[in-house]
Ligand binder design. Structure first.
Ligand code: ZN
Length: 289
């Protein structure tokens, strides 16, 4: 499943390819699962809109849309543009939101490229290219919204004080708290385990029992782990968004995740695995307290 770093990479790749392009028409498949908003609403929101930008919010890809897409000459378009100081706040513009689920991909294709099986949406762009949403397992979701924001804090933007406050008084294991999307948006299982290992904190510790020093450590390692993964992904953007590419292979060198029974890379103690709230958690019993 794509995690925050992958989604960030994909959103950047899409942003560099389709920002400024105009969605001329939209085709949606007949499978109901991928559509979180009504089909008619998705079509009405997307058609004739200019893609003002593409960004990641939590684990969602958000296309910011603006009016004035179709049939406007460059001159008229310019005349209609607002001065930059009064740009409409993001919260009032429409957005196309894509969640990739387990196997979803967003491809930028030339129209002559064969439509892959499991294609659930095709947006024809004024540039002649197509944005295609392909998802064999259909856990991905397409929706439209206004003022979409993730429920939790953005882990790469939150400051230390706010981060510390998120966990104050929480009796749940710190691992569960890290995965709680209402607290932090987009930290997945692998990155939670890796961050806790680097911070020297056991996943089962109650969040409320962590000292400010420990939370400060964790604040640093969560950002470090996510940024490293994003940096690794930067080189394989095309694998995610170009139709010809296979799924990207970038992956953080896992220090604990998926290494049950293998020696800790720091102290050689066998890595342990336990299940917390239904999710596998991996840790070193010596390095993590
Ligand atoms: Zn160790």
């Amino acid at each position: 499943m794509p995690e925050l770093p992958e989604v960030e990479t994909i959103a950047r790749g899409l942003a560099s390819r389709v920002t400024g392009d105009v969605i001329e028409s939209v085709w949606l498949g007949s499978k109901p699962e991928p559509l979180k908003s009504k089909a008619s609403e998705i079509v009405a929101t997307l058609e004739s809109k200019r893609i003002a930008g593409v960004r990641r919010v939590g684990k969602h890809i958000v296309f910011d849309l603006e009016n004035g897409g179709r049939a406007s000459s460059p001159v008229r378009r310019k005349a209609r543009q607002k001065p930059s100081s009064t740009v409409t706040p993001r919260s009032t513009s429409a957005q196309w939101i894509v969640h990739l689920g387990m196997t979803g991909r967003m491809l930028v294709c030339n129209p002559d490229q064969a439509i892959e099986k499991h294609t659930h949406a095709v947006a024809k762009l004024a540039s002649g290219r197509e944005l295609r949403f392909v998802d064999p397992r259909r856990f991905g979701r397409l929706s439209v919204a206004r003022g979409f924001e993730a429920a939790g804090s953005e882990p790469l933007e939150v400051d230390l004080n706010s981060f510390v406050l998120l966990f104050r008084g929480r009796k749940t294991p710190i691992k569960s708290a890290l995965l709680n999307q209402k607290l932090l948006s987009g930290v997945g299982n692998i990155y939670a385990d890796e961050s806790l290992f680097r911070a020297g904190i056991r996943p089962r510790r109650r969040a409320a029992s962590l000292t400010r020093q420990e939370l400060s450590q964790l604040f640093g390692t969560v950002q470090q782990v996510l940024k490293e993964a994003i940096a690794l992904g930067g080189s394989s953007v095309s694998d995610y968004v170009d139709a010809a590419g296979e799924e990207g292979l970038f992956q953080l060198q896992h220090r604990v995740y998926g290494r049950e029974g293998e020696p800790c890379l720091v102290c050689k103690t066998p890595i342990k695995r336990l299940v917390i709230a239904g999710r596998s958690s991996h840790y070193c019993p010596k390095c993590q307290k």
